[in-house]
Each structure stands twice: as C-alpha cells, then as structure tokens.
Design a protein around this ligand. Structure first.
Ligand code: 13P
Length: 252
C-alpha cells in the first residue's frame, strides 16, 4: 500500500517570517496526517529552507525546489545536496516545468540531479508534464515517456523506487483549468506502466506518482481516489494555512 503524499510547492513566495508562521501553524495538520498515515510537506525557497526547517513540527517534510548536481565549486547561485543535508533538508523537487521553461532545465540535467540526490540518500520529487500544444497534438504519452526514460537513465531498481514522480500538465498549472480526473489517472497509470517496463512490477507498485495542476480543496479528493494517483503537488492552494489544511482534511 503506497503512502499518500500532500506536497505544497511554494515557488517564489513567502519571506522567512511568513514561512516560519506557516510551519508553526502546522502542528494539527501534521498530527492529523500522521493519524491517517499520510505524508505532508512544503517546499519553500532556498532562502527560507533553514528557517522553515528550524520551526517546523517534526514530521512536516521540508523540501527544496531545486538542487545542483555537484558538491561545490564555481556555480553562482547554486546549492548542493550537502548544503541541504547540513540543515536536515532531505527532499528536492526536480524538473518542475517552470524550471524547464525559464531555466532551460532538460531531462538529462534532471537525471544528474536525481542521481546526486539518491547517492546522498535524499528523495527526488521528479516532475514531468506536457504543454498545451503537445496535449492538443495528442502527443502527451510520447512526451512524458521521454521525460521519464531520460530522467531515470542509469538509475538502478532499488533507487528508482525511492523517487517520487509528479505529473503536472503545464496547461493546468496556475490556470484553474485542471486536467480531468480521467486524464490525470490515464497519464499517471501510463507513467506507472513505463516504470514497470523499466524496472518490473514491484518497483511500479511501490513508486509514488502525484498529480499537480490547479489542485484545490474542492477537487483533491477526486484525484486521490484514482488508483494510480498517490498524492498531489499543490501550488497556489498550499500558500494559505487554512486552504492547506482543507487539502488534507478533504482527502481523509
Ligand atoms: P498550482 O496548484 O498553483 O496550479 O501549481 C501547481 C504546481 O506547479 C505545483 O508544483
């Protein structure tokens, strides 16, 4: 039985003080999540990670939104897994479509980052998803398959099962135009079938696949009641504590 996961991606939002106030208000949420065997977490900016981690209740996952694939050196603006681990941050989102679009991040670059995270015993949350143009052309599956195959290149079976995948169609992010439950289930099921092709049934059964894109308290339940969707990666609706709590209570 795969453990459900609710992850808030804060993107470029919240000062340290705002992040502190939010995580300090998460006590009840974490308690409730634990009672129902659900993982909950948020991904603040690099700047707010240390502060969020320091003030978060035990059990609230604090994830980075990115990481570099090397340990240190002349890479202005970058942060390594060693730096994250030094503040006890053990998760990182990789390959979010906004990073692919605005920072030219490729699936090959994501693969290096995923491998670095796994070698550091950290959890990569690897995002995939197609543009509206690709969706309209009916090429979603081929596109997503390419992202998955490239992202998992040279990753062994044991490590593969530790990766969390998020399917986020770009056309549904921040637009309020969420993919239907049927589309989300179809693609998440397809991703699971690719993992099965690559690693066999056991890994495919273990790996967690999330849906993301305009997930709100009023629609989260329909996604999470689908057999191949193990959780949600949520942007806008994870920014306010009341709405974040409602996301959780609505899937209990
Ligand atoms: P929204 O929930 O705001 O559509 O964002 C989704 C997302 O990109 C999460 O990573």
């Amino acid at each position: 039985m795969r453990k459900k996961l609710l992850m808030g991606n804060w993107k470029m939002n919240k000062t340290n003080q705002e992040a502190k106030e939010f995580v300090e208000a998460c006590g009840d949420i974490v308690k409730l999540a634990k009672e129902h065997n659900i993982d909950v977490g948020v991904a603040p900016t690099f700047l707010a990670l240390c502060c969020a981690k320091k003030h978060a209740p035990e059990g609230l996952i604090i994830s980075s939104q990115n990481v570099h694939h090397l340990t240190n050196g002349a890479y202005t603006g970058e942060v390594s897994t060693e730096m994250l681990q030094a503040i006890n941050v053990n998760w990182a989102i990789i390959g979010h479509s906004e990073r692919r679009t605005y920072n030219n991040e490729t699936s090959e670059a994501c693969n290096l980052k995923i491998k670095k995270l796994l070698s550091a015993k950290m959890v990569p949350l690897y995002c995939c998803g197609e543009s509206l143009e690709t969706y309209d052309k009916g090429e979603t599956k081929a596109f997503v398959k390419d992202q998955i195959v490239k992202g998992f290149k040279d990753i062994n079976k044991e490590d593969a099962s530790k990766v969390v995948i998020a399917y986020e169609p770009i056309w549904s992010i921040g637009t309020g135009k969420n993919a239907s439950k049927e589309i989300a289930e179809d693609i998440c099921g397809y991703i699971r079938s690719i993992i099965k092709e690559l690693y066999g049934e056991q890994v495919a059964d273990q790996i967690r696949i999330l849906y993301g894109g305009s997930v709100k308290p009023n629609n989260i339940k329909e996604y999470l009641s689908s057999p191949n969707i193990d959780g949600a990666l949520v942007g806008g609706a994870s920014l306010k504590i009341d709405s974040y709590k409602e996301l959780l209570t609505n899937i209990l």
